[in-house]
Write a protein of this length. Structure first.
Length: 95
């Protein structure tokens, strides 16, 4: 992994960052779905702002959001954004 990504975890105080090879996962937890998504959107905003400073371009179409809950969320689920792009909300993904 290029060295200019080493500061990514410390550059996203609003999110937990996990990396493996060229994959990055940004996680947030909340007592409610709305709170978790608000926190995730804040962390993704930090990521979006971090990218051009490190000569990287985010690719929202290659990104997905997944929600883990103990039960079924009530009502509509808020959108998850990278920049102005809405991420696809999926129920499963490939590793």
């Amino acid at each position: 992994m290029p060295s200019f990504t080493n500061d990514l975890p410390s550059s996203l105080p609003s999110g937990s960052v996990y990396r493996l090879a060229d994959d990055t996962t940004i996680c947030r937890v909340g007592k409610t779905v709305d709170l978790a998504i608000d926190r995730l959107n804040k962390a993704l905003g930090e990521f979006y702002n971090w990218c051009p400073k490190n000569r990287l371009t985010p690719h929202p179409r290659k990104s997905e959001a997944i929600l883990f809950t103990k039960g079924t969320p009530m009502g509509p689920i808020a959108a998850v954004y990278v920049g102005d792009s809405v991420l696809s909300l999926v129920t499963k993904t490939r590793l």
